[in-house]
Write a protein that binds this ligand. Sequence first.
Ligand code: F6R
Length: 251
Amino acid sequence: MPIRLHVMKNHEEASRHVAEMFQQTIREAPASVLGLATGGTPERVYELLCQFHREDGLSFSDLTTFNLDEYLGLPAGHDQSYRSYMTERLFGHVDVNPDRVHLPRVDDFPPDEAARQYEALLQQTGHVDLQLLGIGTNGHIGFNEPGSARDSVTRVVDLTEETIRSNSRYFEDESDVPRRAVTMGIATILKAKRVVLLATGGSKSRAVAEAFGGPITDANPASFLQEHGDAVFVLDEAAADGLAGILHGVP
Ligand code: F6R
């Protein structure tokens, strides 16, 4: 099935649409397994989920969560680690069971072992019910940079210069940005029952257009989502900008 599209006016509306998808999933199946992403894009989604918890009693207590990735080489507890990010933006504000919240355990095990354990735990848990993704300007999903194989699983990866430069906005200095990470693989991500990719802003428009309507190729890892049976892109108008030509040919 082709990737479905929801083009919303702006970042706020796109974030709300995604937060409501998660809310609905949690209400319908409170013991769902959620796949979560970090970065700038989903911050508002997490704010809204915290609000739904606070104001509407949305409960996270029976959920299991798996994050896509974690940096390597940061001191334990570093404020830019994805574990800290998730605690600060979501887990610290909702009634999630800490025993069912998962990120690669890079502080406790050597990187390859942390990756192997993470993939095993995912397989043992079964499938992710709803996976949230962002997209890099180079088409990466998780930290599956261009060149990542369709059958890749959770592993240690080197970040590209483009990703390091792009992520330096979250660090004091570009030299502080980790060079490596543990990420779910493409095959791992594609096992999720449903996938929602949120992208906003003009800097993502080329990667989004190639992923949606270009050839399925490891040059744009997000293009592998065309092979997923239930993937949706939720975009703002700026991120959808490159799609006009492609959509013209779509009935
Ligand atoms: C984060 C992740 C990455 C980001 C991507 C976009 O867990 O896996 O793929 O989604 O780098 O990052 P932002 O949202 O900061 O532009």
